[in-house]
Write a protein that binds this ligand. Structure first.
Ligand code: R5P
Length: 300
């Protein structure tokens, strides 16, 4: 197997190569003077199982086009091409909320398939309303999770006391992430309920008994973007008597000074994975991605 790094996240590509005992291919990316993207693979991938890794965040259009160009070209020689979208772009618009809206998750899934991608691996992909990603993607697919590693990090570094803690998801959709983290630690979990009022504004409430009084809370989510969700959830958990709140997220985008705002609100620590390299990155998603590649039969 050979790993081809997209231009978005070279370090994670190298870590995946190390975790799978693979080589890393050399590839040239540049722009033509008119702004169009140029992609050239400098290593031979004839007969190889190729893994192309891209965290398509912050410049999603650019990374998406790069991915399509690279995969389409490599398909001519490779035995198989697996795309690892460690950050799956355009996943949050997964439904037509207003008439005429483009449903970008569906379109991007079609594009990835259209260039002949043999397998797709994502990491904690945003799936709120589309629960059956496998049918949507339409090719062999695995969603790897960084949640168990994030949970272990919180306990191993003493951020939370495993004997007196709860894992909480800030909204109903985060129940799945809280469950994964809690199962790893053998502790309780619950989720809050969120109502999104706009791109930056949310309201979070409790609709059933959530017992966090006097406990350490590990608040988990797939994405932190503006931090609105985490800040509202953390405020509510403080009101409910949490002793300490730490936040673990797979993809910490932390736009618009989100980290400072979250810490100012009294959250003790924020940590995240390397799918989106950022100042809070503490754990790598590489072992989970390697497990995903293993379950697709690409490595022994
Ligand atoms: C979607 O709802 C996700 O699971 C996150 O909760 C959301 O993307 C976070 O966005 P923000 O940090 O802007 O509230």
């Amino acid at each position: 197997m050979i790993v081809v790094p997209g231009s978005s996240n070279g370090p994670l590509a190298y870590r995946v190569a190390r975790a799978t005992g693979s080589r890393v291919a050399k590839v040239e990316y540049r722009r033509f003077p008119d702004g169009e993207k140029y992609v050239r693979l400098l290593d031979d991938v004839k007969g190889e199982d190729v893994v192309f890794l891209q965290s398509a965040v912050f410049s999603p259009d650019e990374y998406l086009v790069e991915t399509l160009l690279a995969v389409d070209s490599m398909k001519e020689d490779a035995r198989s091409v697996t795309v690892v979208l460690s950050y799956f772009p355009y996943a949050r618009q997964d439904e037509r909320f207003k008439p005429g809206e483009a449903v970008s998750l569906v379109t991007v899934s079609k594009l990835i398939r259209s260039v002949g991608t043999d397998h797709l691996v994502t990491v904690d992909v945003h799936r709120h309303r589309v629960l059956d990603m496998r049918s949507l993607v339409g090719i062999p697919y695995v969603d790897a999770s960084a949640m168990p590693s994030l949970a272990r990090y919180a306990v191993d570094t003493g951020l939370v006391d495993r004997g007196n803690m709860a894992v909480i998801g800030p909204d109903a959709e985060a129940e799945q992430w809280a469950a994964l983290a809690a199962r790893e630690l053998g502790v309780d979990h619950a989720s809050l309920v969120k109502n999104r009022l706009g791109d930056r504004e949310v309201k979070v409430k409790v609709t059933r008994d959530v017992d966090v009084r006097g406990k350490d809370v590990l608040l988990v989510d797939d994405i932190i973007s503006t931090g609105g969700t985490i800040r509202e959830a953390a405020k509510l958990l403080s009101e409910l008597g949490a002793r300490k709140i730490v936040v673990g997220a797979t993809h910490a985008l932390l736009v618009e000074n989100a980290l400072a705002k979250i810490l100012e609100d009294g959250v003790e620590e924020v940590f995240s994975s390397d799918t989106v390299p950022n100042p809070t990155t503490r754990v790598s998603a590489a072992p989970a991605i390697a497990d995903g590649l293993r379950s697709l039969g690409l490595i022994g």
